[in-house]
Ligand binder design. Sequence first.
Ligand SMILES: Nc1ncnc2c1ncn2[C@@H]1O[C@H](COP(=O)(O)OP(=O)(O)OP(=O)(O)O)[C@@H](O)[C@H]1O
Ligand SMILES: [Mg+2]
Length: 425
Amino acid sequence: MLFDFEKILQVINFFFLALALLAVYYYAYRLQVELRRSEFLKKEAQKYQDLVNATTEGVLQFDEEGHFTILNQSGARCLGYEDPQEILNDSITVYHFLVDPDKKKQLCQIVKKNGELKNHIVQIKKKNGEVIYVSLSLHARVHGDGNPILYEGIFHDVTHQVVLEEELWNYSTRLEKLVQEKTDEILQLERKRFHLEKMAAIGQMAATLVHEIRSPMSSMKMALTLFQKKKEIFLEKERRVMELAVQECQRIEAMLKDVLDFARPQEIRLVAQDLHDVLDQVVERMKPAFQGKKIHFKKDWDSRMPLVLVDAERLLQVMVNLLQNAIDAVMPEKGEIQLRTQYIEKDGICRIETIDNGMGIPEEDLPKVFDPFFSKKPGGTGLGLSVVQKIVEAHRGRIQIESTVGEGTLVRIELPVESPKFHFQ
Ligand SMILES: Nc1ncnc2c1ncn2[C@@H]1O[C@H](COP(=O)(O)OP(=O)(O)OP(=O)(O)O)[C@@H](O)[C@H]1O
Ligand SMILES: [Mg+2]
């Protein structure tokens, strides 16, 4: 027998047996390797999980719909939950916490555009309804086609910081405003001081000048009056010149009186008066100034006006000046002048206004009209309004002028109805 089949079969059996054993050994080895690897991975995952849980930052991962896939302990606490599982098991989305729903679109847009979002301050509402600010940083885990599949990042509560910053900003704005107010106040006081000093200097100079002019003036007038008494020795032409000279002397005297009024301190004696009685006297006194002119004059009295504490003589002087200015400003053939009173009970003041339809005051002149010697009238001394202002201020009142060129002027005086005692300025 050339082949021993039995032996051959034995060899084949042995070969398959060895092969099977080898395979078993190989699979056992692979299983062991896999087991070790999975153990290693498990340990690494646990380490990672421990690390994520130990950090004070909130760590989160969520999908396109906003469903959380990862949330650590700090993150859950920041959102007002004890355990992250409460959120992970539930279908609460990350967008559920946003106070402003429009923020969702904005956040997604930034991450999609830049691939990430860094320290973005977002307002969120916690589980208990408390609203806080968090600083959020995110990046997108992108799919092969470029679309994000997951968003992951960190966040933490910055409410304290935001509130402090807001407070600081408020403080600095308030401080800036206060500094501005105080600067304006100082500037105003400085301007007032300068104005008062200027007035005092002008007043002193004017008083000296009046004193020097007055005596020779009186002598001249006296001489002229004496000459006038001896009419017969002069020619008609000479008499007329003398008449003119006396008139000019009277004009200069009136002017000197204005200058003295301006220079002297205003002594005010306040007495409870019927304001309309005083104003009627003004109207009466101004009648000659209206004569020969077609000026329509209108009174508009507030019947509720109580007695007002004023110095009647001084108020008369004020109103004569204002009415004279109005008469000078209007066209004699179609002038309109109104004298109006108003009682403003809540502020305890009375208002007296003169309104005319005259030429008006150019805007650039308005700040100067109260300056002494500012006049745009031929023959005007420019002292009228400065005396008026002094008298009004001595009454603790105020004066305002509103004017439009070509339309007219409104002068408003406001006086306290009850002034504190007598006062001198
Ligand atoms: N109602 C008014 N309409 C237009 N301009 C006015 C009016 N009131 C005052 N003004 C302007 O203000 C200037 C100053 O007025 P103010 O009364 O102080 O002096 P004046 O009238 O010129 O001279 P006077 O000393 O004789 O009163 C006037 O010259 C005039 O240009
Ligand atoms: Mg005047």
